[in-house]
Design a protein around this ligand. Structure first.
Ligand code: MTE
Length: 316
């Protein structure tokens, strides 16, 4: 995503880590790491080894995929969260300075019932579900992540959007005392994202408070983020402080930075390449071979109707 140089992340930043990962994945598949450790299974598992607060009584979601889940370690150490650094491993190293309690989200704009909600209440607003979603990053990698949360529509319904509300803007925290990355103008802070109201109301759109059965780690967007599995990962704003309903399409952080590269819709679409990265195929973290990318990241059956009649090359 970085826009320091045209060549940006590809060779200089991702490759060494990817090479390292692939080597590990290869050794793992050959059984060599486990054998070397003398503890078969320890290194191969997706078993959580963490310490964050566990979330009890999670419902299983019919929206979940049964594809192999990306190991917890990869999900929590290979991140994009520029407020804590632009390298993939920096958020895990730096985000301990993020203070997630107390935390309030303001819900405002074109609504009849503007309200603020604290994170503790938010956790109880609707039954928490585990939703195992495919996630596709525009940079070309993908993961399968067992998120925890409930449909964002639960929060939206309470606000009673007016007839003027056509879009939803997500404003995320921007506090230079907690976020060292704000010292660098890589993006216009705060990181803002947006959806059309019907996209935000779609049952797949998740208000996310956890992963792997635990509260969200800071580097993944604690205490609350959104997850929109049929869109590229950058639409999923982290550490949200405001949800604003608007009549006009919000400007979003990546669109402001590079309007030619990042459109408002950002639906996963293997037929529309990003100017610097093909979107036809993807590398699932931990795998060698690239796999074909699916239209709407494999969620076409659920969401294609939202875009009926739209030119998705123009509305990228
Ligand atoms: N939200 C904020 N506030 N700041 C960010 O830099 N990065 C986005 C998105 N949300 C980002 C953000 C990008 S580019 C991606 S791919 C996803 O978060 C990554 O989420 P993950 O690290 O949990 O996989």
């Amino acid at each position: 995503m970085l826009i320091r140089h045209p060549s940006d992340i590809a060779p200089s930043e991702i490759t060494p880590r990817e090479v390292y990962r692939h080597r590990r994945a290869f050794l793992r598949s050959a059984g060599l790491l486990a054998a070397a450790a003398g503890a078969g299974g320890l290194l191969t598992s997706t078993a959580p080894a963490r310490g964050a607060t566990r979330l009890a009584g999670l419902r299983q979601s019919p929206f979940s995929t049964d594809e192999a889940q990306t190991p917890y370690k990869d999900v929590t150490t290979y991140n994009n969260y520029y407020e804590f650094g632009t390298d993939k491993d920096e958020p895990a190293d730096n985000a301990h300075t993020l203070k997630t309690r107390p935390w309030t989200i303001a819900i405002e704009g074109e609504v009849r019932k503007a309200y603020s909600i604290g994170v503790e209440e938010l956790l109880k607003l609707a039954p928490l579900e585990e939703r195992i979603y495919r996630m596709r990053c525009v940079e070309g990698w993908s993961m399968v992540i067992p998120w925890v949360g409930y449909s964002l529509s639960e929060l939206i319904k309470r606000a009673e959007p007016t007839g003027n509300a056509r879009f939803v803007e997500f404003v995320t925290l921007a506090d230079p005392r907690q976020m060292p990355g704000l010292a660098y103008p890589v993006l216009k802070w705060p990181y803002v994202e947006g959806l059309r109201l019907d996209e935000a109301m779609h049952p797949l759109t998740l208000l996310c408070v956890g992963l792997y059965g635990e509260l969200l780690p800071n580097q993944n967007g604690a205490p609350v983020r959104v997850v929109i599995p049929w869109k590229y990962g950058f639409k999923s704003g982290k550490s949200i402080v405001k949800i604003r309903f608007t009549a006009t399409q919000p400007r979003t952080a990546w669109n402001i930075a590079q309007p030619r590269e990042y459109g408002f819709y950002s639906n996963v679409n293997p037929q529309v390449d990003h100017p610097r990265w093909s979107q036809a195929r993807e590398r699932r973290i931990g795998e060698f071979r690239k796999r074909p990318t699916l239209m709407f990241n494999g969620y076409a059956e659920q969401v294609a109707s939202l875009y009926a009649g739209m030119d998705l090359k123009k509305n990228f």
